[in-house]
Design a protein around this ligand. Structure first.
Ligand SMILES: NC(=O)c1ccc[n+]([C@@H]2O[C@H](COP(=O)([O-])OP(=O)(O)OC[C@H]3O[C@@H](n4cnc5c(N)ncnc54)[C@H](OP(=O)(O)O)[C@@H]3O)[C@@H](O)[C@H]2O)c1
Length: 328
C-alpha cells in the first residue's frame, strides 16, 4: 500500500470477535492466530471498537516473540482504526486514543490507523486527521488511512494537505459503488482500497447455492444479516441465486470455490490493495481454501459473465450513495 507497508492481499478481519458471531474463546483464538501466521496470512484488520481485538494482537505478538524471536514481529502487520464520537477534537484527545491502542497492541508504532467519522456535518474530522498526521511525524503511527469515507470528502482531505494511504470500504461483486467515483480518484492519488464485505459475510459461497431465501432468524451472525440486506437492495434472492450459479460454473472451471472467485474478482480490480476476509477465530477457518486465490487468474470471459448478471441488478450508487453512505 505504501513502499514501507507491504501487506498480505487477503487480510484477516477481526470484527468477528467483537460479538454477534459466536462465542470466541481467547486462548483458542490466539492459537488460531498463530496458525494464520504460519500459513502466511500475516496482515490483521482491527479497530479500537472491535471488542478485545487490539488486546488479542498484543497477546499474539507476545506469543510470537517468545516462540520465534522478536525479529519475527516485523513480518506482522496490524492495521487498526480509530472510531471516535463526533465532537471537538483536540491534539490531546488524539494522542490519548492512539497511546491506548499502542498499549493494547504492545507496539511502539501503529502500522496504519484507519480513521472513521460518523458525521460529515461536524467538520472536526479534518483536525483529527491533521493531528493523526502529527503523530505520524512523531513516529507513533507509520501511516494514516481512512475507512468509509466517500470520494468528495477524500478530495477535501487531500486539498487540506493530509496524506492518506488507504480507504477501507465495502466492495463486492454485489456492491460496486467504489467503481463509480472512488476508484478513479484513488488511482490518481495513489490511495489503496481495502475491501470488506467481499463474501457478504459468507453468503457468497456454496453453502447458499440452491438454498431457499433464509429468514433473519436462520442468519446467525451480524455479518450475514447485514449483507443479506445488501442483497435485497441489489436485486433480491432469485437474482442472487443466478449469480451464485454463474460463480459456481466459473469456480468449477478453475477447480476452486465460489469464495475464491469472489475474492479474486475484487482483488483484480484497479486500486484494490487487499480484500479483508472476516475470521471467526477458534470457531471455523477457511485458510486452505482462501490460499488458493493466490494462484487463481480469472479471465475476461469469467469477468464478463459475472458482469452480465450484475447488469440486471439495481445500481447501489443510485440507491445508497457513495461508499460509506450506509453509515450516515
Ligand atoms: N470498516 C468497516 O466499517 C467494516 C465493516 C465490516 C467489516 N469490516 C472488516 O472486514 C472484515 C470482513 O468482515 P465482513 O463482515 O465483511 O465479512 P466477509 O469477509 O464478507 O465474510 C466473512 C465470512 O465469510 C465466510 N468465509 C470466509 N472464507 C470462506 C470460504 N473460503 N468459503 C466459504 N465461506 C467463507 C466465513 O463464514 P463462517 O465463519 O460462517 O464460515 C467468514 O466468517 C471484518 O472482520 C472487518 O475487519 C470493516
Amino acid at each position: 500500500m505504501a513502499p514501507d507497508l507491504k501487506i498480505c492481499r487477503i487480510l484477516n478481519g477481526m470484527w468477528q470477535i467483537a460479538g454477534g458471531h459466536g462465542y470466541i474463546d481467547r486462548e483458542k483464538a490466539i492459537s488460531d492466530m498463530l496458525r494464520y501466521h504460519e500459513e502466511g496470512f500475516r496482515t490483521w484488520d482491527l479497530a479500537d471498537i472491535y471488542g478485545p481485538a487490539e488486546d488479542f494482537i498484543g497477546d499474539f505478538r507476545s506469543r510470537i516473540s517468545s516462540l520465534k524471536g522478536e525479529e519475527e514481529l516485523d513480518t506482522i502487520q496490524a492495521l487498526t482504526k480509530w472510531v471516535p464520537q463526533p465532537r471537538t477534537i483536540t491534539p490531546s484527545i488524539v494522542t490519548e486514543n492512539i497511546e491506548r491502542s499502542l498499549r493494547r497492541m504492545r507496539v511502539s508504532s501503529l502500522d496504519l490507523v484507519q480513521f472513521h467519522w460518523w458525521d460529515y456535518n461536524n467538520p472536526y474530522y479534518i483536525d483529527a486527521l491533521k493531528y493523526l498526521s502529527d503523530l505520524k511525524d512523531e513516529g507513533l503511527i507509520k501511516h494514516v488511512g481512512l475507512t468509509n469515507f466517500d470520494t468528495d470528502r477524500m478530495q477535501i482531505i487531500n486539498d487540506a494537505g493530509v496524506q492518506i494511504v488507504s480507504n477501507q470500504i465495502q466492495y463486492s461483486i454485489i456492491d460496486r459503488r467504489p467503481e463509480v467515483k472512488m476508484m478513479p480518484f484513488s488511482l490518481e492519488n495513489r490511495i489503496g482500497l481495502l475491501a470488506y464485505g467481499t463474501l457478504c459475510g459468507g453468503l457468497i459461497s456454496e453453502h447458499y447455492l440452491g438454498r431457499t431465501e433464509p429468514s433473519t432468524v436462520e442468519l446467525d451472525t451480524l455479518s450475514l444479516r447485514k449483507y443479506k440486506q445488501m442483497i435485497d437492495a441489489w436485486g433480491g434472492w432469485n437474482l442472487f441465486q443466478d449469480l451464485l450459479l454463474i460463480l459456481k460454473q466459473i469456480a468449477q472451471r478453475h477447480s476452486v470455490s465460489i469464495a475464491n472467485v469472489a475474492i479474486s474478482y475484487i482483488l483484480g480490480k484497479a486500486a484494490v490493495a487487499g480484500v479483508i476476509v472476516g475470521v471467526r477465530l477458534g470457531i471455523v477457518d477457511h485458510r486452505s481454501d482462501n490460499a488458493r486465490v493466490f494462484d487463481l487468474d480469472l479471465d475476461k470471459s469469467d469477468r464478463d459473465s459475472i458482469d452480465e448478471i450484475c447488469a440486471k441488478a439495481n445500481n447501489l450508487f443510485d440507491t445508497i450513495g457513495d461508499c460509506g453512505d450506509e453509515y450516515r
